[in-house]
Design a protein around this ligand. Structure first.
Ligand SMILES: NC(=O)c1ccc[n+]([C@@H]2O[C@H](COP(=O)([O-])OP(=O)(O)OC[C@H]3O[C@@H](n4cnc5c(N)ncnc54)[C@H](O)[C@@H]3O)[C@@H](O)[C@H]2O)c1
Length: 369
């Protein structure tokens, strides 16, 4: 056995990061498919989580990513109130050169072989059109296009959920669930960020935006130049400037992961962080640095769950209003996390983990009876 395999197996069987129920290695040499499907937990129901298609530096890195991402999905699904456990798959290789219809169908057959224990969806490197292909080989694929029975783009409900998290933060901190008159910074105005800006303006916030794509910033400034809503929007050049804006109430990372790190946290002027980006905390301990500075952190995986709520709903025949009602509950969940954090004297990120773990262990105990 090589050292590489030893390392992953050690993580899986012997460490806190392991403990997954099942990890499946898939190969189809005819199409070049190499994939890892990791099922962290099915305590709450079939494992649900997307498929990442990425050119990993090594196979070991791919397996580790599948293990980490699937564990994260268990927590996310538990706190979203879904009857789903956590799973995630990675396809190893450059999607630009390796992706083909045949490969996606081969992948779909592997997903199907798990008989519904794993339900897949889009992630980095896979798109709605890809899930349409995967779904031809298995009924356990969501994130499909509306023409193929799917719910399509999930960013509408993701941004709505983040907005609920912000309202809950405002309620907790200022005693009123409104962003009216608050200064909110949105870093990244892509699919989620642009909808979030709309919610904020409608609610009367003063929004400051930035994006590496100047066209995206300009499109928003142009759209809201007429001042249809009570709020107003301006822009600054770059996230570095954004996090230092004077008098900021809320900072919403809506671009890439790792936005909260040893450089950004000490200079952040906001009193709250609540945004859509996954994995905002660059490393363990950042949640404590935020708490030490008196900055309230609404855990990313809690407030950005609108997307997974949407793909879960797709399994039952997508209904937008039913989904929106579920995503609205992110308000109560976020408030409950802040309350638990205060009661236990821990940062909200740790409180969220505790509540999710409780839900999973209650389900396991109920199943054992
Ligand atoms: N789309 C969803 O439903 C969903 C669900 C859950 C989580 N998320 C997470 O939310 C984040 C945003 O998702 P999205 O779907 O809007 O992606 P997107 O690619 O449409 O938007 C990201 C935006 O960030 C900008 N950007 C990239 N680097 C930047 C930087 N350094 N500074 C400022 N802007 C930068 C990009 O130009 C782009 O406009 C991602 O982290 C994603 O994983 C998205």
């Amino acid at each position: 056995m090589t050292e590489m395999t030893d390392g992953v197996l050690h993580t899986l069987f012997r460490t806190e990061q392991g403990g997954h129920e099942q990890v499946v290695l898939c190969q189809d040499r005819a199409t070049g498919l190499k994939a890892v499907i990791a099922l962290h937990s099915t305590a709450l129901g079939p494992a649900l989580g997307g498929t990442r298609f990425h050119a990993y530096a090594s196979d070991e890195e791919a397996v580790r990513d599948a293990l980490n991402l699937s564990r994260g999905m268990s927590y996310k699904n538990a706190l979203a109130g879904l009857d789903h456990g956590g799973g995630k798959a990675v396809i190893i290789g450059d999607p630009d050169t390796l992706k083909s219809e045949e490969l996606l169908l081969a992948y779909g057959r592997f997903v199907d072989s798990l008989g519904g224990r794993y339900v897949t969806a889009c992630d980095v490197g896979t798109y709605v059109a890809d899930m349409d292909v995967v779904a031809r080989a298995t009924r356990w694929a969501t994130g499909r296009s509306p023409e193929n029975g799917g719910a399509g783009d999930s960013s509408v409900l993701t941004s709505f959920g983040v907005f609920q998290g912000m309202r809950a933060s405002a309620q907790h901190l200022w005693g009123d669930p409104t962003l009216r008159g608050r200064k909110v910074a949105v870093a990244g105005v892509g699919k989620v960020g642009k909808h979030l800006v709309e919610h904020l303006l409608e609610d009367g916030a003063e929004v400051v935006i930035t994006d590496v794509r100047q066209e995206s910033v300009q499109a928003i400034l142009d759209k809201h130049a007429s001042g249809k809503y009570a709020g107003r929007v301006t822009a600054v050049a770059g996230t570095d400037a954004l996090i230092r804006v004077e008098g900021l109430d809320i900072y919403a990372p809506c671009a890439l992961g790792g936005a909260l790190n040893d450089e950004s946290v000490p200079v952040l002027t906001a009193k709250v962080v609540c945004g859509a980006a996954n994995n905002q905390l660059a490393h363990p301990g950042v949640e404590k640095d935020l708490a030490d500075r008196g900055i309230l952190y609404a855990p990313d995986y809690v407030v950005n769950a609108g997307g997974v709520i949407q793909v879960a709903d797709e399994l039952h025949g997508f209904d937008f209003d039913r989904c929106k009602a579920k995503a609205a509950k992110i308000f109560d969940t976020t408030l409950a996390i802040f309350a638990r954090a205060k009661a236990d004297g821990i940062p909200p990120a740790a409180a969220a983990d505790r509540i999710a773990e409780q839900r999973m262990s209650d389900a396991r105990a109920a199943r054992a009876v």
